[in-house]
Design a protein around this ligand. Structure first.
Ligand code: AMP
Ligand code: ZN
Length: 143
């Protein structure tokens, strides 16, 4: 069901133009209007879901099933040296469009415009603490 005021639903409806990369029954892919690097593509489910939290497994399955094909097409056409997949959920994590989307960002070298910029805290947790965190998450997974 399309959501009013969702720009990606408007793209799906054809109300807003987009540079289409791929389309099937469940999935649509198009170029990000702000190309971080050449070929930067967004892959979205046709079913509106706000972000990963709200996404039913069947929608995720269809969405992710298409990503290797699209990624390989970009790889074959532009010969990037690498590729990042990115998915932002909620505004504090940089989500600006609230219709689930996966960014495919081909990489062309260190100064190609993309930066993930995270700090590694590998030594901050003991193996016992890591086990405890893993168990807490594990026991919260809904089957
Ligand atoms: P995010 O910040 O992860 O929510 O990403 C949203 C992305 O949507 C941004 O990278 C925008 O450049 C992109 N975007 C917003 N409006 C459009 C549009 N009309 N067509 C294509 N991409 C868009
Ligand atoms: Zn939408």
């Amino acid at each position: 069901m399309a959501h009013e005021d969702c720009i990606f639903c408007k793209i799906l409806n054809g109300d807003i133009p987009s540079a289409k990369v791929y389309e099937d029954e469940h999935v649509y892919a198009f170029l990000d209007i702000s190309q971080v690097t050449k070929g930067h593509t967004l892959v979205i489910p046709k079913q509106h879901t706000k972000n990963i939290y709200e996404t039913p497994p069947e929608v995720a399955k269809e969405l992710f099933a298409r990503i290797p094909q699209i990624a390989n097409a970009i790889k074959n056409v532009y010969k990037p040296v690498g590729m990042n997949l990115l998915n932002n959920n909620e505004a504090p994590a940089d989500q600006s469009v609230f219709h689930l989307h996966i960014h495919i960002i081909p990489r062309y070298g260190e100064d190609d415009g993309y930066s993930s910029n995270w700090t590694v805290h590998a030594d901050d947790y003991t193996s016992g603490e890591l086990q405890k965190i893993a168990e807490e998450i594990h026991s919260a997974i809904e089957q």
